[in-house]
Design a protein around this ligand. Structure first.
Ligand SMILES: NC(=O)c1ccc[n+]([C@@H]2O[C@H](COP(=O)([O-])OP(=O)(O)OC[C@H]3O[C@@H](n4cnc5c(N)ncnc54)[C@H](O)[C@@H]3O)[C@@H](O)[C@H]2O)c1
Length: 573
């Protein structure tokens, strides 16, 4: 399969992409790349996404709830000129320390507050070990300066925390804006409640809030490049996108822990990131105290991804990212249907047991450009214009790792691990060389549309394309979008007029600037992931065309997953 290419084939694919992107940029088909003195270079993210730093400094005063793995990534990636962290809340003592000190590995993306704000920053960043005290603080004098909260909690907490925070801001008459990690929420009812709370501008709570969800691919220039190439038409007719995220967690594992008691309780059996060790420090501090937060024990707090009550399985954790990417490629259109199979085929008693599946295989049908007569989707014009998106996630085999592969009549584009873009032309009948050994350029084909032009690969890739990761062979590290997502969020916060809130103009567009992945966009991603879970569970094809109201945030009772609720303590109603 195309994603598992040799190093040489990958280099050639990057070179191909660089050449095609350069051709498209020169012809005005790509805005995410610019032509500079050094050739084609990525456009500035701020310019491309349309935000800027405000002139007089004043970063958005922000608190973080959830200082675990992802909280650490967001802290490590934030730009303190846009966001300034002033408080942090987490139940686990080990993670409260880690968020300040960062990871022991100096090259880790989780740098910690101290590296960013200085060794004595503990005096400026207040720490909370209790959620309720944190929420109460937001409406007290102590928390009045907090303008935004970043939420990186386990899935079943997203809705409650986002709603409590936004309500606190509305109650105090000064909004608190939320950037919440993906998946938006544990079910779609909760997504709709989050959106309703953000928009709430009643007399009692006169200030609406911004709700942004952390699907970072909306802010990745790499995905912007990929999307522009697809939309330029050089890949021809596209009817299939293959996305996958494969890992092998089936290796027996021995943890080097201090002390036999700890080892006995915490030993994971397999090298499995969803089954981390339970540290003695956290166990001692929290045993018997986590039930009020909706966890049955400390182990569930730490391994929350394994349980249906606290997580959403492979589709919520991994698949949601890639379905988001596929739908970005297709212009964020809603799909037509989903089917799937999956299950817990490997794990079980004595095998890092869990509720959630370890293999998923799902198929979505998306409408192609001519499927519907127009954007209202009321009439079908060409029922055969369908794009089939397949997604697989496997926990016991890492062949092909992760990425997306877009297959068109003119060529194939591979996006690998959020860091490389490769392009391979389809080969004309009778041509001698294999498609992967063919270099491309973009020509001005008939009708003003660009097209890929294949030629003999000759002397191999240029020096530029060999430099790692620059999406168009331009070198430099690739940002996965976290930093830009937070910068844009801060920019929206600074512009926000809470009274105007979510007003729309005559054309039905919001009059105020919202983050690219605001609540309604992210709810559609959650519908994709959670409906796939449902399709696998029921072994039935789910038609989204029969349930268009699922995508309408105002239709509170129209949801795919009924009234299922997570543990009652985290019920938002
Ligand atoms: N955007 C991405 O690429 C990406 C990647 C990984 C994780 N995530 C998301 O980030 C979120 C967090 O994931 P993670 O990997 O950091 O998990 P984690 O378990 O490492 O961290 C969660 C933290 O939340 C704390 N916590 C749990 N309940 C709490 C409560 N009620 N009050 C205060 N603290 C509480 C835990 O103690 C823990 O430190 C998840 O929603 C996950 O899906 C996103």
């Amino acid at each position: 399969m195309a994603i598992d290419l040799t190093t040489e084939q990958k280099e050639l694919g990057k070179e191909n992409f660089a050449q095609a992107a350069e051709g498209l940029t020169r012809r005005g088909f790509m805005k995410s790349l610019a032509i500079g003195a050094a050739g084609v270079v990525p456009a500035s993210a701020a310019l491309y996404f349309g935000y800027e730093k405000w002139k007089n400094g004043n970063p958005v005063k922000t608190a973080l709830i959830g200082a675990g793995d992802e909280g650490g990534v967001l802290v490590g990636e934030h730009n303190p000129e846009f966001l300034q962290f002033v408080a942090v809340c987490d139940l686990r003592p080990s993670n409260r320390k880690r968020i300040f000190n960062g990871d022991a590995n100096k090259t880790s993306i989780r740098k910690g507050f101290k590296k960013i704000y200085g060794a004595d920053c503990e005096k400026d960043i207040k720490q909370y070990d209790d959620y309720d005290k944190f929420i109460t603080m937001l409406t007290s004098g102590e928390g009045m300066h907090i303008e935004a909260v970043v939420i990186a909690l386990p899935l079943h907490w997203h809705a409650k925390a986002a709603i409590d925070v936004m309500r606190a801001g509305q109650d105090r008459g000064k909004p608190i804006h939320v950037l919440c990690e993906k998946l938006m929420a544990w079910n779609i009812t909760q997504c709709k409640q989050m959106i309703a709370t953000a928009k709430d501008a009643t007399a009692k709570r006169p200030k609406s809030s911004i709700l942004s969800i952390g699907h970072q691919r909306h802010y990745s220039l790499l995905y912007a490049h990929a999307t522009e190439v697809i939309h330029s038409g050089v890949l021809g007719d596209i009817h299939h996108i293959r996305a996958l995220w494969h890992r092998n967690n089936a290796w027996p594992y021995v943890v080097d822990l201090n002390g036999p008691a700890q080892a006995a309780r915490t030993q994971p059996f397999y090298r499995d990131g969803w089954y981390p060790a339970v540290l003695q420090e956290d166990y001692d501090a929290l045993q018997g105290k986590v039930e009020k937060y909706g966890y049955k024990d400390v182990e569930q707090l730490i391994r929350w991804r394994l349980y249906n009550e606290t997580g959403g399985g492979l589709m919520a954790e991994l698949g949601s990212h890639q379905l988001d990417a596929c739908s970005i490629f297709l212009g964020k259109v809603h799909p037509l249907s989903v089917t799937g199979v999956g299950g817990k085929y490997f794990y079980g008693p004595g095998h890092n047991d869990r509720d959630c599946e370890d293999h998923v295989f799902v198929t979505f049908e998306f409408p192609g450009k001519t499927y519907f007569a127009d954007e209202t989707r009321k009439a079908v014009k060409n029922k055969d214009d369908v794009v089939v998106v397949t997604y697989s996630s496997i926990s016991t085999n890492q062949f092909e790792a992760y990425g997306e592969c877009v297959m068109g009549s003119g060529g194939t584009m591979v996006v690998e691990k959020e860091e490389s873009l490769m392009l391979y032309p389809e080969q004309a009948p009778g041509a001698k060389q294999g498609a992967r050994a063919t270099a491309v350029t973009v020509s001005g084909a008939g009708g003003g549309k660009p097209a890929l032009e294949a030629s003999s690969s000759g002397g191999g890739p240029s020096v530029a394309s060999k430099s790692e990761a620059g999406p168009a062979g331009t070198g430099g590290p690739v940002s996965r979008g976290y930093r830009e997502e937070m910068e844009d969020f801060a920019f929206c916060v600074r512009l926000w007029d809470g009274e105007k809130g979510y007003e729309k103009d005559k054309a039905g567009n919001y009059v105020q600037r919202l983050p690219r992945c605001h609540g309604e966009v992210a709810m559609a991603d959650a519908i994709l992931a959670l409906s796939a879970n449902l399709a696998m569970k029921t072994r039935k094809r789910i038609s989204f065309e029969d349930h268009k109201k699922w995508f309408d945030s105002a239709e509170m009772n129209e949801v795919p997953d009924g009234d299922a609720k997570p543990r009652s303590q985290v019920d938002v109603t």
